[in-house]
Design a protein around this ligand. Structure first.
Ligand code: TYD
Ligand code: MG
Length: 474
């Protein structure tokens, strides 16, 4: 009888080891290695049987036209690239309790009630009664969603194979499923990989859109294997700050649409509500005349979005000054502090610096540099920025302000929300003279160097309120 061979697989990175160790050599994680049954050995070479000839075809051809299923929840459709593609697999990751089950129940209910096709919700985490209770609370109890509580992939696959006319199948979550051929526990890399593989295969064959919920590790990556992200067509992350009502569904990968798209929701006691005008919401509680606050005109995916960036600087009470950042990259903050010091002589060495993006949004764009610098300088000087002003621009290491993409889109959103001024990078000569599209009614102050920004935000005691009009271009 053949001896059962097991391998030791890291649950963080998927690396396999010949024997158990406390620390994974691949990713350095401690206590992440679990014994799993080794997958079937790969056949040795291709000796023996001859393969079948594969047809090679040209790129142009009669591709069957993709008809996307609109779920009816627009923010969700948007992050999926305009609806769910039949036969595709989508992975939704996010912290526990962020609202993954809630949004997917709402998606399935919305989709089921507006199409004649079947929407199936399979819960491996909650019992039927618990899901029903939630549906009741959300006012969705009467929608024609087909519900099941199951964890055995064999049963689930058999059911999906036999059910006609399914359009959307939701699995909550992939970490609770198991394939009975494997000895390892549910949630281990081997099980997650095998379960996902089986389900994706049925989805492709039967042409339904498969949505998998994935747990995340303490670092925020989707738990278990990165391979799961490779296997699916679309990866979405559901994020948000605890204690904030806003939730953001972000596309990280999408084979059928643009990545980096976001959908914004608000968590209420009636479930998640779509926010179609996020800028207005993110700016709702803004106080205009405080120092250290600056409105950044950003772009998330295809959509302009205004958010407030807040900075607080306070004298350090202990030896080393603190730097704390919420919603932005902390190394980027260090860079801006360094540029301010080296190129403009603004020192923060004796100050604690706190930076916050209001509303719980996470910004990744370098275009926020100038807004961050403006908030910092405003806080250091104790001078509020001129009212009704938005800021954007990238800062280079020599202190130069660089152009960013889609200025017009940013300015149009700002003008739509009642902003009358903008501090933006000055276009280089080769980019053509200031060709602004008509219909954007906003006065822009174009600056080329960080020093120009300091000129606009002078210390409170140093000579009157700042005026933007001095250097204005229309
Ligand atoms: P849930 O969808 O269970 O999170 P996940 O599946 O990502 O773990 O969300 C649970 C949280 O959402 C819980 O903390 C309560 C909150 N919630 C509301 O605020 N309102 C609601 O209507 C619902 C259903 C949940
Ligand atoms: Mg859940």
């Amino acid at each position: 009888m053949a001896r059962a061979i097991s391998s030791y697989v890291c649950q963080e990175c998927g690396n396999s080891h010949p024997k158990w160790t406390g620390r994974c050599e691949g990713c350095g994680a401690w206590n992440s290695i679990v014994e799993e049954a080794a997958p079937d050995a790969v056949p040795k070479g291709l000796k023996g049987k001859k393969g079948r000839h594969i047809n090679l075809v040209s790129l142009r051809g009669e591709a069957s036209k993709m008809v996307r299923h609109k779920t009816g929840i627009q923010e969700f459709d948007r992050v999926c690239g305009g609806g769910l593609v039949p036969g595709s697999a989508i992975l939704v990751g996010g912290d526990p309790g962020i609202g993954k089950s809630t949004i997917l129940l709402q998606v399935s209910a919305a989709a089921a009630s507006q199409s004649s096709q079947r929407c199936i919700y399979i819960s491996g985490e909650e019992a039927i009664d618990q899901v029903r209770m939630r549906a009741d609370r959300l006012g969705l109890a009467d929608t024609p969603v087909s519900l099941a509580a199951a964890t055995d992939v064999r049963d689930i696959v058999a059911t999906l194979e036999e059910t006609e006319g399914s359009a959307i199948v939701i699995i909550d979550s992939i970490q609770t499923l198991f394939v009975d051929n494997l000895d390892s526990a549910p949630g281990t890399v081997g099980q997650v990989r095998a379960s996902a593989q089986e389900l994706i295969r049925v989805a492709k064959r039967r042409g339904f859109a498969l949505i998998l919920v994935g747990h995340v590790t303490k670092d925020g990556a989707i738990a278990g294997p990165k391979v799961l992200e490779h296997m699916v067509d679309t990866v979405l992350y559901f994020e948000g700050e605890r204690g904030h009502p806003f939730r953001i569904l972000r596309t990280v990968k999408n084979r059928f649409g643009p990545a980096d798209e976001i959908g914004v929701f608000e968590m209420t006691d009636m479930g998640l509500i779509e926010v179609s005008n996020p800028s207005a919401l993110f700016l709702a509680d803004r106080d205009e005349d405080v120092s250290g606050a600056c409105v950044f005109a950003g772009i998330e995916g295809s959509r302009p979005m205004l958010v407030e960036i807040q900075a607080l600087t306070a004298p350090t009470s202990f030896g080393t000054p603190r730097r704390a950042v919420v919603g932005w990259d902390s190394s980027r903050l260090s860079m801006i502090l360094a540029v301010l010091e080296a190129r403009c002589g603004v020192s923060t060495g004796t100050h604690d610096v706190y930076l916050n993006v209001a509303g719980g949004l996470r910004i990744g764009e370098p275009a926020a540099d100038l807004a961050v610098a403006a908030a910092l300088v405003s806080s250091l000087n104790g001078t509020p920025l001129p009212g009704a002003t938005v800021v954007f621009g990238e800062i280079g290491l020599s202190g130069e302000i660089r152009q960013v993409s889609q200025s017009d889109l940013r300015l149009r959103e700002a003008s739509k929300l009642g902003f009358s001024h903008a501090i933006i990078p000055r276009p280089g000569r080769q980019r053509g003279e200031n060709k602004r599209k008509s219909g954007i009614e906003i006065v822009t102050t174009e600056i080329r160097h960080l020093d120009d920004l300091l000129g606009l935000i002078r210390p409170a005691h140093g000579g009157g309120a700042p005026t933007l009009r001095e250097a204005s271009h229309g």
